[in-house]
Design a protein around this ligand. Structure first.
Ligand code: MLT
Length: 243
């Protein structure tokens, strides 16, 4: 397997993703929340970059048929049904629903993967399921959503743990460049815990916004056995990995 790791979405821009599997990671919080939404029974997630696009798509799909969700500066967007806290995505709120989601970094990173063979979203929550789903792929790109275009430690650690899972116990690193080595090294140095997340820039933003309780859920590894995958314009569950 050949793997390329991009620590920021800016590095991915212009990269050729055609024919490749792209795994997008935004631990705090978009890809954790997407996994949580599917665990709670959401039917589909439509990732969009802007608030305007979200409103337009919701009216095309039928405003009563969808839930608008997402955040700006960590907080729910005015007029939207849900924010971007995984704790909000309960089966009572989202089971059977289509969600139109716009977040600052995560849904933007997903939008850059257009043209890939397949696009999957990963977080600590569904790391093992994603590793199993892509284990047979030959050409994989891991893109970290980062924070405001910059490096985010939690996404890099998640990328590294995904590489570890692909290598298997005692296994060798998937073939890649310096970023692959760096991600694996970070994964060996930073265990995914609430404390680790609380010391990241994105974690501090969440604590300052009064959303520190999200960190516990975002840190927990392998609690969801599911793989969200993009089909056309929306994300759905990869059938073989669904619980
Ligand atoms: C994002 O996509 O920018 C993040 O998920 C921000 C957040 O924590 O809500």
């Amino acid at each position: 397997m050949r793997v390329e790791v991009f620590f920021t979405p800016g590095e991915l821009q212009g990269a050729d993703v055609a024919g490749r599997t792209v795994v997008v990671i935004d631990v705090l919080r978009a890809t954790t929340t997407i996994a949580e939404a599917f665990a709670a029974g959401a039917r589909a997630v439509y990732p969009v970059a802007s608030v305007e696009e979200a409103a337009r798509l919701a009216s095309t799909l039928g405003r009563d048929e969808v839930l608008l969700c997402g955040e700006r500066r960590c907080l729910p967007i005015e007029g939207f049904d849900l924010g971007n806290s995984p704790r909000e995505f309960t089966s009572e709120r989202v089971a059977g629903k289509a969600l139109v989601m716009s977040t600052t970094n995560g849904t933007y990173a997903i939008s850059l993967a257009t043209g890939a063979e397949r696009v999957i979203t990963a977080s600590f929550a569904n790391l093992g399921a994603v590793a199993a789903a892509i284990a047979g792929d030959t050409d994989v790109v891991i893109v970290c959503a980062g924070r405001q275009g910059r490096f985010a430690l939690e996404d890099a650690v998640c990328a590294g743990l995904l590489l570890e899972a692909l290598a298997g116990p005692g296994g060798s690193a998937p073939e890649g460049g310096d970023a692959v080595d760096a991600a694996r090294s970070l994964a060996g140095s930073f265990a995914p815990t609430r404390e680790m997340l609380a010391n990241t820039a994105a974690g501090r933003d969440l604590i300052d916004a009064g959303l520190g309780d999200d960190l516990e859920l975002c840190a927990r590894i392998d609690r969801l056995d599911l793989v969200p995958v993009i089909r056309d314009r929306h994300i759905e569950l990869l059938e073989t990995a669904a619980a």
